[in-house]
Design a protein around this ligand. Structure first.
Ligand code: PGA
Length: 263
């Protein structure tokens, strides 16, 4: 069975004290209601807090810390940037790569994103590779074409590296807008992604690939999304900033998994 994941992307939010408080609350919630088997919780705080939040989560089963980005070069004269080696040295284990905000505001292209994914993998970090179409692209019926182009990054990897990479489909029109893809829209795209992975790397690998949904996922819609056959969890933005919003999403995944076990 593939790994199910609930990941919180805190983006550029929280001061030091606020971030530590939120991490402590997530930790307490997981201690109280542990993750189901084969399920991970990931928090992605801003860079300056990574190391301390890694320490905060130490010893808590199934909880990992991710960076929100890393630079594609190994080191050097890139003022203000953070390398994969630096992220890895904090004890963080995952890194979000290719978030639509990075593509939109920082001009990250497929070429750069491939270098970032490779750099992350080289340092033993698990990439959470994000992609998704804009509203204009969906309105024009081009969503599959766009996603296929974005998946070229994954398809440029060796099967072994691709196997280590988590995918996150995040339709840009749903991010931070309060408009969630319907379970049917999300499932349709996730099935397309999985079949594309199957064509490239084979059915067995596709069946083991974790594909997250992101975009206005919240306590109210999480369960219906996670019940879909090809949706393996969520990358949560706004609703990850408060533990009482985030924890019900985590519990929705636990409930889905329990239900599947019984059924
Ligand atoms: P959102 O963000 O949940 O606030 O829509 C998701 C994301 O950008 O990862």
């Amino acid at each position: 069975m593939r790994t199910k994941i609930i990941a919180g992307n805190w983006k550029m939010n929280k001061t030091y004290a606020e971030a530590l408080m939120l991490a402590a609350e997530v930790k307490e919630a997981v201690k109280k209601t542990p993750n189901a088997d084969n399920m991970l919780t990931i928090v992605a705080p801003p860079f300056p807090f990574l190391s301390e939040i890694v320490q905060c989560m130490d010893g808590i089963d199934g909880v990992f810390v991710a960076a929100q980005n890393c630079h594609h070069a190994a080191s050097g004269a890139y003022t203000g940037e953070v390398s994969a080696a630096m992220v890895q040295s904090t004890g963080a284990t995952h890194v979000i790569i290719g978030h639509s905000e990075r593509r939109q505001y920082f001009g990250e292209t497929n070429e750069i994103l491939l270098l970032k994914v490779l750099e992350a993998l080289k340092h033993g970090l698990t990439p959470i590779f994000c992609f998704g179409e804009t509203l204009d692209q969906r309105t024009a019926g081009e969503q599959e074409k766009i996603v296929a182009q974005q998946l070229e990054v994954l398809f440029a990897l060796t099967p072994e590296d691709a196997r280590k990479t988590i995918l996150a489909y995040e339709p840009v029109w749903a991010i931070g807008t309060g408009i969630t893809a319907t379970p049917d829209q999300a499932q349709e795209m996730h099935a397309f992604i999985r079949s594309s992975v199957a064509k490239k790397f084979g059915a067995a690998q596709a069946a083991l690939t974790t594909i997250l949904y992101g975009g206005s996922c919240n306590a109210g819609n999480a369960k219906n999304l996670f019940d879909c056959a090809d949706i393996d969890g969520g990358l949560i933005g706004g609703a990850s900033l408060k533990a009482p919003d985030f924890d019900p999403i985590r519990k929705a995944m636990i409930a889905c998994l329990r239900q599947k076990q019984v059924g």
